[in-house]
Design a protein around this ligand. Sequence first.
Ligand SMILES: O=c1ccn([C@@H]2O[C@H](COP(=O)(O)O)[C@@H](O)[C@H]2O)c(=O)[nH]1
Length: 234
Amino acid sequence: MTKSTTDRPLIIALDYPNAAAAWTLLHQLDPRRCRVKIGKELFTREGPALVKQVIAAGFDVFLDLKFHDIPNTVAAAVAAAADLGVWMVNVHASGGPRMLIAARERLATVAQPPLLIAVTVLTSFDQAELAAVGCAGETAARVLHLARLTAAAGLDGVVCSPQEAALIRADSGARLVLVTPGVRPLTAATDDQQRVMTPAAARAAGADYLVIGRPITAAPDPLAALAAIESELN
Ligand SMILES: O=c1ccn([C@@H]2O[C@H](COP(=O)(O)O)[C@@H](O)[C@H]2O)c(=O)[nH]1
């Protein structure tokens, strides 16, 4: 387990409807070149068994379940994720300081704690949607506030848009690992993502890890799409 920002910055989002579809891609991936993310759809279909199998196949797994609940519940949930052997797990920063600290403290009691990161503002949000849920002010300011909250609670990093990566880096230096979805090669559709950047721009802005799903998984040739992203980054 490492916080290194230099190797394998790509985290491929396995947003597939079932294990068979995920394995079709996984069998073609090299765990020495990328990491993978299992999120709500695949986990809800296939459960912990698939997570363990993917780890057994050699992949670092980011379990992206974005826990957001009372402190006791979230602390128990991240401990359960650690028991699976995942590399990274996440919570929502808006769960508040007591929830964040409870999660961090619980992971401090396990033998092999995963990286614990917190979602700031979902990359599907634009300014209007943020206002619609009652958050006044600029999106970037809200992201920075939640990143500071996360750092103060002692977590390892945050999920943010690459558009906020430089801002958080300038504020917190190397203190936080920056994990950025909302990454789109120039030719890719933005889908439901609002705050996007290209892979190269995201890395240049200071992102440590780029979470990329549909530009690879929905491409006619996923491996060619992955190779193009890798060459953009090299
Ligand atoms: O703010 C967030 C937090 C998580 N995600 C997740 O990342 C991937 C992105 O997939 P794409 O297909 O590349 O859009 C997806 O699994 C989300 O659940 C996010 O997009 N934004």
